[in-house]
Design a protein around this ligand. Structure first.
Ligand SMILES: [Zn+2]
Length: 236
């Protein structure tokens, strides 16, 4: 289901907290707080991914100043740093976790993931092993997509409806298996998908790093994204 349409800008975070000198895109707690304060001051509505899916339905108007907050990988700081700040602003968010990494050093534990879920955060799957899916043999895709979904559902006692592809990587076969596994939608990165269509199994995200600490840059990203999709909705 692809169509010309604007969809809501989805912010993609990884780690919020101290930079650990690794490859993980990191936003400091101060910068994250400033970004949330800016969204709040500008009266942005922060909604869940369900609303993005709803906005893809024919005839649905897309509200302005609406955004979605997501986190990949499920780092311990998502629980310790980002979650308390989100709660203070009353913003919902989605956290994509990888069952094989939950509880490892640096990652949130199942208890912490469950606590966030019980508090209204949406928990999604980021595959079983954090695999770059285009390189996974087709016979192993059900494990990455179905088994991860089921494992998380058992742990948090809630349905898991959303998926995030590690490094944004997917193929038509990956999309097919994700649909069959019963996901409602899936997120990629801002690079992976074609600019020509919006597909609920390839929702593009705006990657947020510490370079976006200045609220004006966040604003430029959000409005640029909006304008891009406005143009796509009404191609000249
Ligand atoms: Zn990841």
């Amino acid at each position: 289901m692809s169509r010309w349409s604007y969809h809501l800008p989805i912010l993609g975070y990884h780690r919020v907290g101290l930079f650990k000198g690794d490859h993980v895109p990191t936003v400091s707690a101060e910068a994250f707080e400033r970004q949330l304060a800016w969204l709040s001051r500008r009266r942005y509505r922060v909604v869940g991914l369900e609303e993005v899916v709803a906005c893809l339905e024919p005839g649905r108007a897309v509200p302005r100043r609406t955004t979605v907050i997501t986190f990949d990988d499920g780092y311990e700081e998502t629980h310790a740093v980002a979650w308390p700040l989100l709660k203070r602003f009353g913003f919902p968010a989605t956290v994509f976790v990888t069952p094989s990494e939950v509880g490892l050093p640096g990652f949130a534990t199942w208890e912490q993931v469950r606590a966030m879920a019980q508090d209204g955060m949406t928990i999604g799957s980021h595959t079983m092993h954090h695999s770059y899916l285009p390189l996974v043999p087709p016979e192993r895709l059900p494990e990455e997509l179905q088994d991860s979904k089921r494992t998380i559902e058992e742990r948090i006692q809630r349905p898991v409806q959303f998926l995030s592809y590690p490094i944004g990587g997917f193929t038509p076969e990956v999309l097919r298996v994700a649909r069959e596994a019963g996901y409602l939608a899936a997120c990629t990165t801002n690079r992976a998908a074609s600019l020509e269509t919006v597909d609920r199994f390839a929702l593009r995200r705006i990657k947020i790093t510490d370079r976006d600490a200045h609220p004006l840059l966040l604003r430029a990203k959000l409005s640029g994204y909006y304008d891009l999709f406005r143009r796509l909705k009404q191609p000249q």
